[in-house]
Design a protein around this ligand. Structure first.
Ligand SMILES: CC(C)(COP(=O)(O)OP(=O)(O)OC[C@H]1O[C@@H](n2cnc3c(N)ncnc32)[C@H](O)[C@@H]1OP(=O)(O)O)[C@@H](O)C(=O)NCCC(=O)NCCS
Length: 180
């Protein structure tokens, strides 16, 4: 994951009541959904991936991507809330990007997306799922810890920030044989 999160995830601000999982749908992200994902990506990452870039990723036969939509009566039709984009090559899968937009953060949607992807990657024949995360991305690191990822590598000072600071890139992996 080379794009960096734009800002810290919400610490669980209560703009919305807890979301019942019955109102969260996980859909396969088709190339036609590239625009919806691009809008979310722009809210979360800098630099953001544009619609065309995302469309090209989603048409790749190795791509495996999910979009989470939330149905809340007061905001009308199901609203895009998050996404995960992965690539599966032979027996290895890699998360390229994952995000949940505010105010849907800290409602279990990130975990829902990861669970869905773990099952999809396993049934596609992958044995391991990898990702990279900045060492200072507390929310993402906690999410990955909660979903069974373990650190398997570190790239020192990989993420260079505009303010001159840098952060290590941690490589995490999960063994899909342990996923039920
Ligand atoms: C990281 C991100 C995807 C998490 O999504 P989410 O839907 O908010 O996560 P969940 O609600 O499923 O959280 C699951 C667990 O992760 C951890 N977690 C999530 N957000 C957290 C936060 N802000 N601070 C601390 N722990 C957090 C918690 O352990 C949480 O379980 P709990 O709520 O029962 O304590 C979201 O914050 C995000 O999109 N951030 C910006 C983009 C980004 O950093 N992407 C990852 C790049 S590697």
């Amino acid at each position: 994951m080379t794009s960096k999160p734009k800002r810290e995830a919400s610490g669980g601000a209560n703009e919305y009541p807890p979301i019942d999982v019955r109102y969260v749908s996980l859909l396969w992200a088709e190339p036609a959904m590239a625009g919806e994902i691009a809008s979310m990506h722009k809210m979360l990452f800098d630099p953001a991936w544009d619609e065309e870039e995302l469309r090209k990723m989603l048409v790749d036969p190795c791509a495996s991507a999910l979009i989470a939509k939330v149905r809340l009566r007061h905001i009308g039709p199901p609203a895009p809330a998050g996404f995960v984009i992965a690539r599966i090559v032979a027996d290895e899968a890699e998360i390229l990007s994952i995000g949940v937009i505010q105010p849907f953060q800290r409602r279990g949607i990130g975990e829902f997306l990861i669970d869905g992807l773990l099952r999809a990657a396993k049934s596609a024949g992958a044995r391991s799922l990898f990702l990279e995360v900045a060492d200072d991305n507390v929310a993402a690191k906690q999410l990955y810890d909660a979903t069974g990822f373990k650190q398997v590598g570190c790239r020192k000072d990989y993420y260079k920030r505009r303010d001159g600071t840098s952060a290590d890139a941690l490589t995490l992996s999960v063994d899909l044989s342990k996923v039920s």
